[in-house]
Design a protein around this ligand. Structure first.
Ligand code: FES
Length: 174
């Protein structure tokens, strides 16, 4: 009984997501030149910060593109993920100016605050910890980026505060 309910819920979720993905594609008029924007919106609304293979295939068929073209875009640009990530992807800048201001120590601070290692996702799927290249905020390094937000001059106290605030936002959204 329980299994059939899970299956039904999952099926409903896929239908809901399918409609959402089609709406995104239609919003851009199924235009091939909007491929990046379409994939970014699909990733942003996935809740898991990645573009799943099934949605890549739908984009390809709706835009009349070979799936290899969609794969090329997804794997070329660092902003795209093709495997599941946490709701919040914490990106620590590892470029030279941040490196010299102790970006490695910031990685260790986030690892401590989250209880995971770089490259991992927390068991509740809330956070993924990754490296990134310069995000253009070198004057306030060491820097971490979460979504569109950039956090600089990081200390252990600031890192703990950031993690707590995102946990708080997430629990309010439940
Ligand atoms: S080097 Fe880190 S933001 Fe530029």
């Amino acid at each position: 009984m329980c299994c059939s309910k899970v299956t039904k819920d999952r099926a409903l979720e896929i239908v809901r997501r399918y409609d959402q993905v089609l709406a995104i594609i239609n919003r851009y008029g199924k235009a091939k030149e909007q491929l990046l924007s379409i994939l970014l919106d699909i990733q942003a609304t996935s809740g898991e910060n990645y573009v799943a293979e099934e949605w890549a295939e739908i984009v390809a068929s709706q835009l009349g593109l070979p799936i290899s073209k969609v794969h090329d875009v997804l794997t070329f640009y660092a902003m795209f993920n093709i495997s599941q990530k946490g709701k919040y992807v914490i990106e620590i800048c590892k470029s030279t100016p941040c490196h010299v201001t102790k970006a490695d120590a910031v990685v260790a601070m986030f690892e401590e605050a989250l209880g995971i290692k770089l490259g991992e996702t927390t068991p509740d799927n809330l956070f993924t910890l990754m490296h990134t290249s310069c995000v253009g905020a070198c004057d306030i390094g060491p820097v971490a980026k979460i979504g569109d937000e950039v956090y600089g001059n990081l200390t252990a106290a600031k890192v703990a505060e950031i993690v707590t605030s995102y946990r708080g936002v997430s629990s309010c959204q439940k």
